[in-house]
Design a protein around this ligand. Structure first.
Ligand SMILES: *Cc1c(COP(=O)(O)O)cnc(C)c1O
Length: 470
């Protein structure tokens, strides 16, 4: 190796130690980044810049971002059109208080989101947009709105409960965590959380004895119907992730479930909150996942891909009926919720530029081709002995690893198979951060054929290497 390469590697190492001296990373046991006897469990990857689907490390190497940087990136890193829109907006108006003031990007983005939001024949469309600044905050907004709407109607104090799904995820703030059901994130904080009512997940992976995905969906909907009867009059809203429970391991369900849920919410007069924070903006093949069931929610939560992955922003879309429930002479009946950066102009400008790219590049059509190539590339990987399930919804493809591929017996968690696969992939130039023992492909939409081939080859090698220890 030349002295030039040595210098680059030293530089990466320097960044690693400067980082660990001062930063506390999200969702991380920091102990795993510590180097003990020349080794660490989890190598920290210092990134210098992004370029399309690539991340360029401080070590000068390229890494394929197979997880779209926690599912936020849509059109590639440092996308020039979004970068330019943000720069232009920064020179014009960087931020203004949105209480009492207005600005063009916030208005224009609201108009465009409402124009593309899911529609259902015979139902009044989503009509108003409330901004927040991250996904969890968006969920808090939706929960508070649903609760407060019933209060304003005079239904106090009975409707205080939310229904959510087993294995669902809605964020990390206390309210959002209360309607989430991932033990690793939730258990420790349980004493702080509000009581939610959890209904069975329609997850098709849970199917037994040749049951179809639709059968699973119907069973889960039947169970939900019972639960709602039991709690009649106590519930203000039901919150779910349509089509894919992402953080719960990319577990997927049949759209029939969403149609049944919509009917049940109507029968019980409760709001349906669709959390499309991860699945919105083309991830599942359609612009929004609800479209595949022909269902329109009462509240739609968007974030993550909303700005193309450039800036934090969330939008909660509500019906006119919900909005009208807050109109009054009393301030207390208003929705007195705010975040300092509500509707930040830079973030709105990025979101508008991202929507322009959907149109200019016909992204959804291009993704259909990409999704088909992903499916074909996954086929041989499905045959590996420890791959128990391969599932796909649009631009999300997941591999469930298990001890006996066919019998779906999980690996001993202590083996940390997913983490081993992560390391093996990173060494081969792919960032493939797993969820437990689920590896998944959720690449930026600009991913090309050569990158997909690298992704497939690396995934197969990582699965072989990781499961060799079992
Ligand atoms: C990521 C996520 C959230 C939380 O969003 P943050 O911006 O991380 O707070 C909520 N719901 C779903 C479905 C998510 O995937």
């Amino acid at each position: 190796m030349s002295t030039h390469d040595d210098a680059i590697l030293d530089d990466a190492e320097r960044w690693r130690s400067r980082d660990l001296a001062v930063l506390w990373h999200p969702c991380t046991q920091m102990r795993e980044h510590q180097t003990i006897e020349g080794r660490n469990v989890l190598p920290l990857l210092p990134v210098a810049r992004g370029d399309g689907a690539w991340l360029v490390g401080q070590d000068g190497r390229r890494y394929l971002d197979a997880v779209s940087s926690w599912w936020v990136n849509l059109h590639g890193h440092a996308e020039p059109r979004i970068a330019e829109a943000v720069a232009r907006q920064a020179r014009t108006l960087e931020q203004v208080i949105l209480a009492g003031c207005s600005h063009p990007p916030a208005v224009e983005l609201a108009e465009r989101l409402l124009a593309i939001a899911p529609r259902e024949a015979g139902r009044a469309p989503l009509a108003k947009v409330f901004y927040a600044d991250n996904g969890s905050a968006g969920i808090e907004v939706a929960l508070k709105m649903a609760f407060h709407w019933f209060r304003n109607r005079g239904d106090e104090p009975r409707r205080t409960k939310f229904v959510a799904l087993h294995n669902g995820y809605h964020g990390e703030t206390i309210g959002a965590l209360s309607v989430g059901d991932i033990p690793l994130y939730r258990r420790i904080y349980a004493p702080l959380l509000m009581d939610a009512i959890f209904a069975p997940s329609p997850d098709a992976y849970l199917a037994r004895d040749g049951q179809s995905a639709e059968g699973c969906a119907n069973d889960a909907a039947d169970a939900l119907a019972h639960l709602l009867d039991e709690h009649a009059g106590e519930v203000c809203a039901l919150v779910l992730e349509p089509l894919v429970q992402c953080a719960g391991g990319m577990r997927m369900h049949h759209p029939a479930y969403l149609r049944r849920v919509r009917e049940l919410c109507d029968v019980h007069g409760i709001f349906l909150v669709a959390d499309e924070i991860a699945v919105g903006f083309g991830r599942t093949g359609t612009m929004f996942a609800c479209e595949q069931a022909g269902v329109q929610p009462d509240l739609l939560c968007l974030s993550k891909g909303l700005t193309g992955g450039f800036l934090p922003l969330a939008a909660v879309l509500a019906t006119q009926a919900i909005y009208d429930g807050f109109l009054d002479d009393s301030r207390e009946r208003a929705f007195l919720h705010s975040h300092s950066y509500t509707g930040n102009p830079l973030a709105c400008a990025a979101a508008l530029a991202s929507l322009d790219i959907f149109e200019a590049d016909d992204v959804l059509a291009r993704n259909r081709g990409t999704a088909a190539r992903m499916r074909a590339l996954a086929e041989p990987i499905a045959k590996l002995p420890h791959v128990a399930d391969v599932r796909q919804t649009g631009m999300i493809l997941a591999f469930e690893l298990a001890r006996d591929g066919d019998r779906r017996t999980p690996f001993d968690p202590a083996l940390r198979i997913g983490l081993r696969a992560y390391r093996a992939a990173l060494e081969r130039g792919v960032l493939l951060r797993p969820l437990g023992d689920v590896l998944y492909w959720m690449p930026p939409y600009c991913v090309d054929d050569a990158q997909l081939a690298l992704l497939a080859e690396t995934t197969a090698a990582a699965i072989r290497e990781a499961s060799a220890c079992a």
